[in-house]
Design a protein around this ligand. Structure first.
Ligand SMILES: [Zn+2]
Length: 113
């Protein structure tokens, strides 16, 4: 497992980065993402990592691979909680993934009414 932000590797079983608290991803996924960045596209951004995790879980359920990347970049000092979380999927899955997220978000709005 590796932190996509810090690029620190962790042993199997560790879920979050000890340094930045970001979600770890499998090394193969990280390297795959780096090797073929053009295959991936940002389909959603939010400021709530829990929301991003929830959406990722739904995409996982639909057998769509996704990656969560925290915006917080070591090249830019972060101010408070202004970090943005990006959700990426493969371009080939983007249309389906966006439709799923739309469904989820409209369901959430219905719940609040
Ligand atoms: Zn980290």
């Amino acid at each position: 497992m590796i932190c996509p932000l810090c690029e620190y590797e962790y042993i199997e079983g560790v879920k979050t980065c000890a340094d930045c608290g970001g979600n770890l991803i499998p090394v193969e996924e990280f390297e795959g993402n780096l090797l073929h960045p053009s295959d991936w596209t940002i389909i959603y951004t939010c400021d709530d990592p829990i929301e991003a995790e929830m959406l990722k879980a739904n995409l996982d359920g639909a057998e769509i691979d996704s990656i969560i990347i925290p915006q917080k970049d070591r090249n830019f000092p972060s101010f408070g909680d202004l970090s943005v979380v990006k959700l990426l999927v493969k371009k080939t899955d983007a249309e389906e993934a966006i439709a799923i997220i739309k469904d989820i978000n409209s369901a959430n709005i219905d719940d609040e009414e």
